[in-house]
Design a protein around this ligand. Structure first.
Ligand code: 5RP
Length: 219
């Protein structure tokens, strides 16, 4: 996704942001463009709840207050990117390693707007390796369970999450029933979060393409 497309979709997302709101803010290069646009927009937020140390740093550098999720209460809006988006706006997320905090904010938010480009749209999720955040002690156990599900787990060895955990990227899964797979993987001891956002999908996707921004609602 080119920087220009990221900036275009970030600018479009700004239209949903109102003064004085507490905004959920995701993680990644598309969200970085959104944070930059927010900083230049003149909008004055009560604050943001951030899904990663990286986004927190960027928000604070622009003078946007970052609030603790525990004191912010329910959020009206969450803006975040995705690695894959299906026609029901179910997502794979976690390419940037922030899946657990992203899932917490998505769950806490009344409206989740996903910002991406058309290359992230798929009919069936699973082409992008599915991130699973695990407690370090459970890495091998969870990897064996992923093999039983038909996947090929790879340990993201250069990554320790903001929560002090590790990530397995699971390749070659056919995610025919994302809600069931999300539930089943979350039951494995040692799994902190799977990067499937199916039980709580996005509500709207803003998709940047050659012909501008498409506003996609779930099928
Ligand atoms: C981070 C994420 C990101 O939203 C996802 O990886 C997309 O990132 P980018 O906008 O850089 O393509 O889930 O954990």
């Amino acid at each position: 996704m080119s920087l220009e497309l990221k900036q275009q979709v970030a600018a479009e997302a700004l239209r949903y942001v109102e003064n004085d709101m507490i905004l959920g803010v995701g993680t990644g290069s598309t969200v970085n463009c959104f944070i930059d646009a927010l900083g230049n927009s003149g909008r004055v937020l009560e604050g943001a709840v951030s899904s990663s140390d990286e986004s927190t740093k960027r928000l604070k550098a622009l003078g946007i207050p970052v609030l603790d999720a525990n004191s912010a209460g329910p959020l009206s809006l969450y803006i975040d990117g995705a690695d894959e988006i299906d026609p029901h706006l179910r997502l794979i997320k976690g390419g940037g390693g922030a899946l657990t905090r992203e899932k917490i904010i998505a769950e806490a938010s009344e409206r989740f707007i996903c910002i991406a480009d058309a290359s992230k749209q798929v009919d069936v999720l699973g082409r992008f390796p599915l991130p699973v955040e695990v407690i370090p002690m459970a890495r091998s156990l969870v990897a064996r369970a992923m093999v039983k599900l038909g996947g090929q787990p790879l340990w993201r060895e250069d990554c320790v999450t903001d929560n002090g955990n590790w990530i397995l990227d699971v390749h070659n899964l056919d995610i025919i029933d994302p809600i069931k797979m999300e539930h089943d993987i979350n039951q494995i001891p040692g799994v902190v979060t799977v990067g499937l956002f199916a039980r709580r999908p996005a509500d709207v996707a803003l998709i940047a393409g050659r012909n501008g921004i498409e506003v996609v609602n779930a099928e």
